[in-house]
Design a protein around this ligand. Structure first.
Ligand SMILES: Nc1ncnc2c1ncn2[C@@H]1O[C@H](COP(=O)(O)OP(=O)(O)O)[C@@H](O)[C@H]1O
Ligand SMILES: O=P(O)(O)OC[C@H](O)CO
Length: 494
């Protein structure tokens, strides 16, 4: 058969991409959906709209390529992670909007867990830092706040799933309620070393076992769908950041990728060994193939490309995201301005749910160009902080950083990044590595590709950025950044 279809369900859009045997893109379809902000700090999605847009782009991409179901060997799913959907098993309808990974409403619940000194236990089992980011407190919130939910869940009437499970359920007409191990590892309910849902955590968060999906390998047949017209196997699932790690062929320990999308997510493959972080990074499952689990260290930055969207939609100083590059390049530096884009609190390595966006260092000479440049620099500086933590945790010095994601097309940002890191930054030709990873996991399961080496031979460099900044300048910028961070942290009152 000719193609593998990847369904890439991201935070801001649903995408469908058809890949051929060379790992090349044949056609792409994409549809944005509504971001719902009911209160400050809350972020929701309509799960039905997510399914409708995802099903829509799947049909559209086949149409664009003039392909039929019979041309598609398998489907791979990759998804925004942690986002929580609870639905009725009988009707298949969600009982409320999905609570998105960026949503901060459960921060007080996390404070309580820390006050009860449960954070160490949770980190030991799940590899995660207690934060509103993960699914557990989101499910707990739904069960406590949606009328009748707790009782219905206790009777086994409700199902919980991250977006992959929700899509899989819909693709299979409610026949399969499953997830893959990389997504399970983001729920804060899963023991990443034992590879099981954890009864003690389920008790702590008040989540009945009956709500949970079955956890499977990332590569393997999960079920079949008739969505495309014939019967197509769904043969791979991975969370989008783990999927990008696979798509970048970071399949050997020590290899690192950073994805610049809505947020920024840096992952280092650590092989079959989970490394417990001493610097507030996450230990997470990269994937499980043929029963063999590989792990990753992760630094998660909540706002990256979203800061550029804010320049566009919030401030209106650019018309489209790509315009930020020329505007920022029209000035040689930020003129001392720093933008800490803590719009959704700060993730790794700070984990401050009460931090808020801060713009400092302005003078009468400050222009929108300085602010645009500060937004790009703010992205690169957040990434610098996580790379330092990662190098300390893994005890290695990085040789190169592989990059991808929507904002990685910005050459100025990539140059700033490698200047601030002092490490070469490498961008591959196929920038859709997230979708490619899911396609590869699915393709491996059905024999479309033989093995990882078969996939690796298609990875090609588009451009390599080399550091040019003088060390003195780097430390001046870094020092100012530390002070700006201090202004942003603990801003929102508890
Ligand atoms: N040229 C650009 N420079 C900087 N940011 C960009 C550029 N083009 C797109 N972006 C940002 O990239 C993000 C989209 O990337 P994408 O990988 O599609 O994200 P996601 O998967 O999180 O929805 C948006 O936040 C957008 O503002
Ligand atoms: O949708 P993205 O690409 O911004 O990714 C979101 C992450 O999976 C959140 O953990």
């Amino acid at each position: 058969m000719k193609y593998i279809l990847a369904l890439d369900q991201g935070t801001t859009s649903s995408r469908a991409i058809l890949f051929n045997h060379d790992g090349g893109i044949v056609a792409t379809a994409q549809k944005e959906f509504r971001q719902i902000f009911p209160k400050p700090g809350w972020v929701e999605h309509d799960a039905q709209e997510i399914w409708a847009t995802q099903a829509g782009v799947a049909a559209e991409v086949l149409h664009k390529a003039r392909a039929k179901a019979g041309d598609v060997a398998a489907i791979g799913i990759t998804n925004q992670r942690e986002t929580t959907v609870v639905w009725d098993r009988k009707t298949g309808k969600p009982i409320c909007n999905a609570i998105v990974w960026q949503d901060r409403r459960t921060a007080p619940m996390c404070d309580k867990l820390r006050a009860q000194k449960l954070d160490k236990l949770i980190q030991k089992k799940t590899g995660l830092v207690v934060d509103a980011y993960f699914s557990a407190t989101k499910v707990q919130w739904i069960l406590q706040n949606v009328k009748g939910a707790k009782a219905r869940a206790a009777k086994g009437e409700l199902a919980f799933g991250t977006i992959d499970s929700w899509l899989l359920w819909n693709l299979t007409g409610g026949k399969v309620h499953a997830t893959d191990v990389s997504n399970a590892s983001r729920t804060m309910l899963y023991d990443i070393r034992k590879g099981t849902w954890d009864e003690e955590l389920l008790r702590i968060f008040g989540v009945p076992r009956s709500m949970l999906p079955e956890v499977r390998d990332s590569s393997g047949v999960f079920g079949e769908t008739t969505l495309l017209g014939g019967k197509t196997p769904i043969a791979g699932i991975a969370g989008d950041q783990q999927s990008a790690l696979f798509g970048q062929v970071c399949t050997k320990p020590g290899m690192v990728k950073n994805t610049y999308g809505t947020g920024c997510f840096m992952l280092m493959n650590t092989g079959t060994k989970p490394i417990a972080s001493k610097n507030k990074l996450l230990t997470t499952v990269a994937w499980r193939i043929d029963g063999r689990t590989e792990y990753a260290l992760e630094g998660s930055v909540f706002i990256a490309g979203a800061a550029i969207q804010w320049l566009r939609d919030g401030l209106g100083i650019i018309r489209k995201s790509a315009d930020v590059e020329a505007l920022a390049a029209s000035v040689p530096d930020t003129g001392g301005v720093y933008l800490v884009p803590a719009f959704a609190g700060l993730g790794a390595p700070h984990w401050d749910a009460y931090a808020r966006g801060t713009l400092v260092g302005m003078t009468r000479g400050t222009t929108v160009a300085h602010i645009a440049r500060a937004a790009l620099e703010g992205i690169a500086l957040q990434v610098m902080d996580i790379l330092k933590a990662m190098e300390a945790d893994a005890g290695i010095k990085l040789k190169e950083l592989r990059v991808d994601g929507g904002a990685s097309v910005n050459n100025l940002l990539m140059q700033m990044q490698c200047d601030l890191l002092g490490v070469p930054v490498v961008r591959p030709k196929v920038n859709e590595t997230t979708a490619l990873g899911a396609a590869c996991l699915a393709g491996l399961a059905v024999g479309y590709w033989k093995n990882v080496a078969d996939i690796a031979k298609h990875w090609q460099v588009d451009r390599k950025f080399k550091p040019t900044m003088k060390a003195g300048m780097r430390s001046r910028i870094t020092e100012g950044w530390k002070r700006a961070l201090g202004r942003a942290m603990a801003w929102e009152e508890k």
